[in-house]
Design a protein. Structure first.
Length: 141
């Protein structure tokens, strides 16, 4: 009986470990991609280029520290992106993140294409947050 309990506990622990290991391999934060690995995360502004389907995006700036911190936190979260079998057809909107060293880093608002694979946002939280800022600024409806 004692041996059966020990085996059951070991199987349970191994099952939990394998589920955790699998989940962590399919979810990524922005700095997990080689293109963004060296990105400075001290942000001074974010220029949004919002695709409205006319060929010319609507542009607006995000300079509020709380807004930039929220967006940065979501992008760096290890659950921000999940691998996808194919890209999404969601327009060409992007944000250009300017760091304190005046380097610009462009990040798509729909997906990341890295090493021949596609990674999509796990949720639409960043997209909706940025859209709400554009609406508040009066440039989006």
């Amino acid at each position: 009986m004692k041996r059966a309990v020990i085996i059951l506990i070991m199987i349970s622990v191994m099952g939990i470990f394998s589920m955790t290991a699998c989940a962590s391999k399919s979810e990524f934060g922005l700095k997990d991609f080689s293109e963004y690995k060296d990105m400075n995360t001290e942000i001074i502004k974010i220029k949004v280029e919002w695709d409205v389907g006319t060929g010319e995006p609507i542009e607006f700036l995000i300079e509020d520290a709380d807004d930039m911190d929220f967006i940065k936190g979501k992008l760096l979260d290890k659950q921000a992106f999940t691998q996808s079998d194919s890209g999404v057809d969601a327009g060409f909107g992007s944000m250009v993140i300017t760091s304190v060293d005046n380097k610009d880093t462009r990040v798509s608002l729909s997906q990341i294409h890295s090493n021949g694979k596609y990674y999509v946002y796990s949720t639409d939280e960043i997209y909706e947050y940025i859209k709400a800022i554009g609406i508040k600024q009066g440039v989006l409806s």
